[in-house]
Design a protein around this ligand. Structure first.
Ligand code: DI6
Ligand code: FE
Length: 414
């Protein structure tokens, strides 16, 4: 048991180029040759290195010399389906022989095959396989991770998935948030009973999972191969009545007006958005709903219509970037690769991409008061990088310049 000290600082990191990612005049919110002091789990002070070293010496506390390395906020992957059974490598092979994602989905493959594998898995197995993927994300500086359910499609398995996500957060030096993706696909056993499925999901299932403390937010896949606008609204309304915030898979394959619906329900985020009208973009901007861009899925599906980034910018919509890590459409466990793709495929600037995996990703999870920027009072989650310029984080393909990670004030071995 540690005794609580009255000192205002526990430890100092000195001589870093800090990309605070605070929205400011200076690109990346840069502070050159700066220092950051930590007290417990929080950032206690940010300022000039000379003063930091002087005060650290007086206090007799350790100083980590960063030698001009870049420091950024811990990365946040705000959209993943990290917990699931099996994999979909056979589907990958099929798609390469010309079968489309929609055709596979309509033929009962795709999501349904992952549902079968997830239902057959134990809690331990789900945690073990997700842990491997989580560690890959963490090795590139991820300190906060959102995990969705949605491959159980029955109450017991959805609960198991959310419990696996919670366990992951307890087992690893990583902050995990859970999302009940109630409407992801229609399970076989409800094939002739769509309405009943939507009622179950929006009623007793949601209530049970929320009461168990397993639901930080909800999500629905609003799409022509998944759920209609009306069905999605039923679920969003039920969540709203329980005081839960929402994400919506919107406009991935077609524009069904899901962005407008997300905005109407003050959703935290609308995700994908390859197909989006100007009206949809304006609605998101007015609601403060974050657009979460998922270039890994766009790339995997070999889509050709990117999200209308200039229109989103024009409408003042915050842009986040995430991996969408899932076995079907984005078997991606590299957030840095997603940053590169957000630039190369979608035209984000490297600064927008990095903000998308820090400040804006925090906003997409409703955690912007806690994480996402380096500011006094926020959680001490940060990464040190061996780079000359922060744009390198989006520039390289397959590089990992990580030099150290601190999560909740504690160094972790990547
Ligand atoms: N959109 C996606 O890209 C994933 N889910 C969703 O709503 C696909 C999930 C899968 O194919 O397993
Ligand atoms: Fe997704």
């Amino acid at each position: 048991m540690q005794t609580e000290s009255n000192q205002e600082w526990d430890r100092v990191w000195a001589g870093a180029n800090i990309a605070t990612m605070v929205a400011a005049q200076e690109p990346y919110g840069k502070l050159a040759g700066a220092s950051l002091a930590v007290k417990g789990e929080r950032i206690a002070w940010i300022g000039a290195s000379e003063e930091a070293r002087r005060r650290a010496a007086t206090l007799g506390i350790p100083v980590e010399e960063c030698r001009g390395r870049w420091m950024t906020p811990g990365l946040i992957d705000c959209h993943t389906h990290l917990v699931y059974g099996g994999n979909r490598v056979e589907e990958f092979e099929k798609r390469l022989c010309g079968v489309s994602y929609e055709e596979i989905a309509r033929a009962g493959g795709g999501i349904q095959s992952t549902v079968a594998a997830t239902r057959a898995a134990t809690l331990d197995a789900l945690v073990a396989s997700a842990e491997v993927r989580a560690k890959r994300l963490m090795s590139e500086g991820v300190t906060t991770l959102e995990v969705k359910s949605g491959y159980g499609l029955d109450l017991a398995t959805e609960r198991l998935m959310l419990e696996a996500a919670r366990r992951l957060g307890r087992a690893l030096p990583l902050s995990v948030t859970t999302t009940y993706l109630g409407l992801h696909a229609l399970p076989q056993e409800f094939r002739e009973r769509r309405d009943e499925f939507v009622r179950e999901v929006s009623g007793p299932w949601l209530e049970a999972l929320a009461a168990a403390g397993l639901v930080d937010a909800v999500d629905a896949f609003c799409e022509n191969i998944a759920f209609t606008l009306t069905e999605t609204e039923t679920f969003l309304r039920a969540a709203q009545n329980l005081g839960l915030r929402a994400h919506v898979h919107a406009g991935q394959l077609s524009d069904m007006g899901a962005a407008e619906l997300a905005a109407r329900y003050r959703a935290l985020s609308a995700d994908h958005l390859e197909y989006l009208s100007e009206q949809g973009a304006r609605a998101l901007g007015q609601a403060g709903t974050v657009a979460v861009l998922l270039p890994g899925a766009y790339f995997t599906l070999r889509q050709t219509t990117p999200p209308p980034v200039p229109m989103l910018r024009q409408a003042g919509v915050p842009l986040a970037v995430a991996t969408d890590s899932n076995p079907g459409t984005s078997p991606c466990t590299s957030l840095l690769l997603a940053l590169n793709m957000a630039c190369t495929l979608f035209g984000l600037t490297p600064e927008e991409a990095l903000a998308g995996a820090t400040r804006q990703a925090a906003r997409a999870l409703g955690l912007h008061r806690e994480v996402g920027t380096l500011e006094v009072g926020k959680r001490a989650d940060f990464v040190l990088w061996d780079i000359e310029r922060p744009a390198e984080l989006a520039y390289a393909l397959g590089a990992n310049p990580l030099a150290g990670v601190v999560h909740r004030g504690k160094s972790r071995s990547a």
